[in-house]
Write a protein that binds this ligand. Structure first.
Ligand code: R1P
Ligand code: URA
Length: 246
């Protein structure tokens, strides 16, 4: 008799998910939002910050899972997804703008990420670039031609004493937005031969108030809610596109 597969320890995923494509997000509440855009949705697991569902979009089976905040928990998610056969992962997250001309709700799609996190340097030295899959990025241009494309920065925290100075430094270098998980997604993705992409929704104006922006997202009745919907639909369209298959 064949041994029963042991679920992955944190995400509870197994190969029975039977799909090669996933969408990840920090916030577990966003899993419920994407569920409304999919057909035949079944809940998979809910363990710690990892809430997962499986559903269909235009005939393609897709896993959607939250990862919580930050690189360590996102890194665990990506590794465990790799262990069960996921080959492409798109992150749909919120971000803070790093340039004044990026409005709330604007989609920001990463052409690369400054690795300002702690975990990714434990995988490979910082001279190794964090870059998405060119193929998924090309598909993003098809479905979201008006998004802001540029290099983002993935960081580890908001409340350090020198945060304003750090943000000003990277803004001056042309970085378009900040998030916390895209860098580790791209690094682990490359090392494990997975295709990755990051589609972000701007929830904080550059040098705007963080608490105000994040709270507005929670209220979800404005531009940022539309940005969230746009990011989710774009990710679903890319993964269900026949050219989204490797
Ligand atoms: O909206 P999510 O996907 O959680 O993404 C962003 O929001 C969180 C910080 O408020 C971090 O996880 C950051 O990357
Ligand atoms: O300003 C912000 C907002 C969300 N996520 C970030 O990383 N930064």
């Amino acid at each position: 008799m064949e041994a029963k597969e042991i679920p992955q320890p944190h995400t509870q995923l197994t190969k029975a998910i039977d799909t090669d494509s996933a969408i990840i997000m920090g916030d577990p509440a966003r899993v419920d939002t994407i569920a409304k855009l999919m057909d035949h949705v079944v809940p998979w697991a809910c363990n710690r910050e990892y809430k997962s569902i499986i559903g269909m979009y235009k005939g393609k089976k897709i896993l959607a899972m939250s990862t919580g905040i930050g690189a360590p928990s996102a890194g665990i998610a990506v590794e465990e997804m790799h262990n069960v056969g996921i080959k492409r992962v798109i992150r749909v997250g919120s971000a803070g703008a790093m340039q004044h001309d990026i409005p709330l709700g604007q989609l920001v799609i990463a052409e690369g990420a400054v690795r300002d996190d702690g975990l990714s340097r434990k995988y490979v030295p910082e001279i190794y670039p964090a870059v998405p899959s060119f193929r998924l990025l090309a598909l993003a241009h098809t479905y979201a031609p008006k998004a802001c494309y540029g290099i983002i920065r993935s960081h580890d925290g908001f409340y350090m004493d020198d945060n304003d100075k750090t943000e000003a430094f990277w803004s001056e270098k042309g970085i378009v937005a900040d998030d916390m998980e895209s860098g580790i997604l791209m690094i682990i993705g490359r090392l494990r031969h997975m295709e990755t992409l990051s589609i972000l929704n701007n929830v904080v104006l550059y040098q705007g108030d963080l608490a105000e922006g994040v709270n507005d997202l929670v209220n979800s009745a404005d531009l940022m809610a539309k940005g969230e919907q746009d990011s989710l639909v774009t990710a679903l369209q890319i993964l269900s596109d026949p050219e989204g298959e490797a």
